[in-house]
Design a protein around this ligand. Structure first.
Ligand code: FES
Length: 203
């Protein structure tokens, strides 16, 4: 049932503490696992990069956290081996399987998982149709909205579907894949992700 899938998906939804670069750790450590702390409005309007330390949160395979960057939700989620193995078989059902639209996929993420690391996905959590927030339905099992579901994101507003790489299925209201934001992993600490700066922009 669709609702069951949605509810199951919500089990995986977690909210992370985030920090503006340069202020990481300043107060964030005192926040509980389920707390959320957004950068100041001034920092967001300036487009400040946001740092997320995934070592301080329980990012189990199949789980997702949400950071805020430039006023947008940015999902960071972990795909398990079974979910990764399912991606190749979906290619024939996708609108832009190779992520050829550069507006949605920067060059560093133009690969099957649309990510820097296969298991870690980073996506802007806004449906490319009319801006709703898609739900994570990670289970590889039939859903009411898709009898061949292999895990992914389902937008309840107008039923757009995306796979676990954020690639949109063909014939959906959503015209494009979910956006991959500029981001990179800190070189000497792979648990720290900087959202807002692409790998090629690191100095
Ligand atoms: S806003 Fe997501 S399908 Fe319309």
């Amino acid at each position: 049932m669709a609702n069951e899938g949605v509810n199951n998906g919500r089990r995986w939804f977690l909210t992370a503490t985030t920090a503006v670069v340069g202020a990481a750790g300043a107060g964030a450590a005192g926040y509980a696992f389920l707390a959320s702390w957004k950068p100041s409005a001034r920092a967001q309007s300036a487009g400040a990069p946001v740092e997320v330390d995934i070592s301080r949160i329980d990012l189990e395979p199949g789980a997702r956290i949400t950071a805020q960057w430039r006023g947008k939700p940015v999902w960071i989620f972990r795909r398990n081996a079974e979910q990764l193995a399912a991606l190749p078989a979906l290619v024939g059902r996708l609108s832009d399987p190779n992520s050829d639209n550069p507006d949605q996929t920067p060059a560093f993420a133009k690969n099957e998982t649309r990510s820097l690391k296969p298991d870690i996905g980073v996506l802007v959590g806004i449906c490319t149709h009319l801006g709703c927030s898609p739900l994570l339905v990670p289970e590889l099992q039939p859903q009411a909205f898709d009898s061949e579901w292999k895990g992914g994101f389902f937008c309840p507003c107008h039923n757009s579907r995306f796979d676990l790489a954020g690639r949109v299925f063909s014939g959906m209201p959503a015209p494009t894949n979910l956006e991959v934001p500029p981001h990179h992993f800190v070189a000497d600490d792979p648990n720290r992700i900087i959202i807002g700066i692409a790998p090629e922009e690191v100095v």
